[in-house]
Design a binder for this molecule. Sequence first.
Ligand SMILES: CSC[C@@H](O)[C@@H](O)C(=O)COP(=O)(O)O
Length: 370
Amino acid sequence: MLPSLRWEEPPEGPVVVLLDQTRLPVEEVELVCTDVPALVRAIQTLAVRGAPLLGIAGAYGVALAAVRGYDVDEAAELLAGARPTAVNLAYGVRRAAGAYRVALEKGAGREGAARAALAEARDLHREDAEASALMAGHGLALLDELLPGGGHRILTHCNTGALVSGGEGTAFAVALEAHRAGRLRRLWVDETRPLLQGARLTAYEAARSGMAYTLLTDNAAGSLFAAGEVDAVLIGADRIAADGSVANKVGSYPLAVLARYHHVPFVVVAPITTIDLRTPDGASIEVEQRAGQEVTELTAPPQVAAGGVGPGAGGGLPVAPLGTQAYNPAFDITPPELVTAIVTEQGAVSPVTGAGIAELCARSRQVTIS
Ligand SMILES: CSC[C@@H](O)[C@@H](O)C(=O)COP(=O)(O)O
C-alpha cells in the first residue's frame, strides 16, 4: 500500500502527498497538495482522515505554508479549524506552529523557522509510528489478560489501521498483533454508515493482512453479540476528555452499551495525543455535524463536496425522498463507565477514571507540549 501521507520536495516546490482515502478500495490514487487550502479540502472531504493522521497532516500543513512563504498563523488557523472533533488535528498544528515561532524568536530567520516546523512534523510522524507499535503490544497483552481462553473474536468500528497513522494504527494495530501472534480468530468489521470507513478501508486493510475477517452492517452487531460471537470490542478515539469520555465514530456508543449488556470488554486504543485534558467531560466535546446528503444519498465524499454528478440534491443516488432531513453526527460520546480500558503507548488505564487519565498523561512528554 502507498504511504497514507508523505512530504516531497520536487523542483517546483514542496508538497504534501496523500493517499486519497475516498478512492479506496477501488484504486490507490495519490492527491498532491501544493497549498494549505488544498489540504484543508482534503481533510474536510475525508481524503485524509482518522485522528492520528489528521495530527500529522496538520503539522505538515503548517510546514508547507512556512516553507512556501505563506502566512503561518493564518494557515494554522485554517488547518486547526478544518474539522472540530479529533483533537490530534489542532495538536499537530500547534506543535509545528510552535516550533516555527520558537525558531523565529531564536533568530533562525523565516527559512530556518520553516525547517524547524518541518522537523517537528517529521518528529510527530515518527512518534506516532512508535506509539502505534507500543499500543499494539500493550493492547494484545490486555486482551490476553481479559480473554485467557485465546482465539479472540474482535469487533471493530470505523477505520484505525495504517491508513490513519504513521505506523500500523491504533485498534487495528492490536488486532494485527493478535493475528501475527496466532491469537485472532476473527475480526468483525462494522461497515460504518454513512461513509463506510469499515467496509471500504478496514476490510481493505484486513484483506491485505491475511487475517480472517467478516463485514457486517452496523445494525447487525446486536445479533452478533446475542449469538455469543464477540469476545471484545476494540475501537480508536478522536478525543478523550479529562474524565475518560471517548469521542469516536458515530455508532461506537451503541456498541459500548451492547458490550456492557453482554459482559464483553469494550477497549479503546489511542495515543496520548488523543487525550485532551482541556476538555473536562464528554458534554464539552464538539461533535462534527456533516451534510445530510451523506445519509440521504449514496455517494462518495468528494462528490458531495463538489455538489453534483447524480440525480440527488447533493449529487448522489437518492436513497430517501428528495428534501428529507437527516441527522448526521460524525461522532458520538461513550461515557467512561462503559469503557473497560483505554490503551495508550504508556500502557492501559483500567478502570477508566479522570485520575487514571491524568496520571497517564503526567508520564508523557507530549502532553506538556499541547
Ligand atoms: C485511529 S483512528 C480513531 C478515529 O479517528 C476513527 O475511529 C474515526 O472515528 C475516524 O473518523 P473519520 O470521520 O473517518 O475521520
